[in-house]
Design a protein around this ligand. Structure first.
Ligand code: BTN
Length: 317
């Protein structure tokens, strides 16, 4: 190798025991896949950058879990990773299977809304779980997922991921992640549950109607972010937090960490309920994921996700 990191064509031929023409063909194929390779006369080739692929190999090479992601199904394009994970749940899909897509054509959001996952810049993935849990505990899995993504974002230099109760992840006050948990039950027990996560990673701009509320990791960091690393880190944290959740079947072991990530903690917020809003101070979640608030009379109350939502006094957070 030269001082600048170039490897000569002859060295590659010797190392790989192939012809010069074969090396040239491999380099051409790699460039077509998005690898940036510099070729300099009399010096050889130098790898400048690798493409931001999120296929099974690139995720698995960074994954340090014991069972989440033991099976990864990757799709360049799919209707919705939640739809595929639910089909696996209905058949023989293994606990901890992860369905990942580079692009969703019919991504689903909460309350029947659509969720856009454009090719190459965002990521969409869904974890299939078969916990021995009562259905009533399932909403807490969304909280576990929110903590995992926020923790993965906190691993990225210069970014701070926080949670807006119950499960919106925000960076610099704008939403970067959506989570949709869906389940199938058998009596009062969970048959399977799918936790779908969509992250705006390298999205460069947003439509006018959402640009004040939505952002991407790239916009906030000011540089491109490796998508497979964010997926792998999220899965690692998810497994860690999920194991803690399963120990007690609630958020007892997690609420302190969650509350440390809570953007509105100890701040004044509006509690929105049935078209009405009232001021309160957000204190933190309890072991069921309910938000404890201090109302204007100084009394503590619990509010439940789905029944109320929280807004900041001056906007979204
Ligand atoms: C929200 O409305 O905030 C939730 C959006 C959830 C989107 C994710 S992307 C991966 C998974 N597949 C889907 O179709 N939806 C979820």
């Amino acid at each position: 190798m030269s001082a600048e990191g170039h490897v000569s064509g002859q060295d590659l031929c010797d190392e790989l025991q192939v012809s010069r023409t074969a090396i040239w063909k491999y380099i051409k194929a790699l460039k077509e896949e998005g690898y940036v390779i510099e070729a300099v006369n009399n010096k050889g080739y130098k790898l400048i950058s690798t493409p931001d692929r999120i296929d099974e190999t690139s995720i698995r090479s960074q994954l340090k879990t014991s069972y989440i992601g033991n099976v990864i199904e990757y799709y360049d394009e799919i209707d919705s990773t939640n739809i595929r994970a639910k089909a696996l749940g209905e058949s023989d899909g293994i606990d901890g299977t992860v369905v990942v897509a580079n692009e969703q054509t019919a991504g689903r959001g909460r309350r029947g809304r659509a969720w856009k996952s454009p090719a190459g810049s965002s990521v969409a993935f869904t974890i299939l779980l078969r916990p021995e849990l009562k259905a009533i505990n399932a909403p807490s899995l969304t909280i576990v997922a929110a903590m995992a993504v926020a923790a993965a974002i906190n691993n990225i230099e210069g970014l701070e991921g926080n949670i807006k109760w119950p499960n919106d992840i925000v960076v610099n006050g704008k939403k970067v992640v959506g989570i949709l948990t869906e389940m199938s039950t058998d009596m009062e027990y969970i048959n399977y549950v799918v936790v779908g996560i969509g992250i705006n990673i390298n999205t460069e701009s947003f439509p006018d109607d959402i640009k004040d509320m939505a952002t991407s990791l790239r916009v906030e960091a000011g540089r491109e972010i490796n998508r497979s690393k964010v997926i792998a880190d999220t899965l690692c944290y998810f497994e860690k937090y999920y194991k803690q959740f399963i120990e007690t079947h609630d958020l007892t072991l997690l609420s302190e960490d969650y509350n440390n990530m809570l953007i509105n903690k100890d701040k004044e917020v509006y509690i929105m309920e049935n078209e009405q809003k009232r001021k309160a101070i957000a204190i933190g979640i309890d072991k069921e994921g309910a938000l404890i608030i201090k109302n204007i009379n100084g009394d503590f109350e619990k509010v439940i996700a789905g029944e109320v939502s929280v807004r900041g006094l001056y906007g979204y957070i």
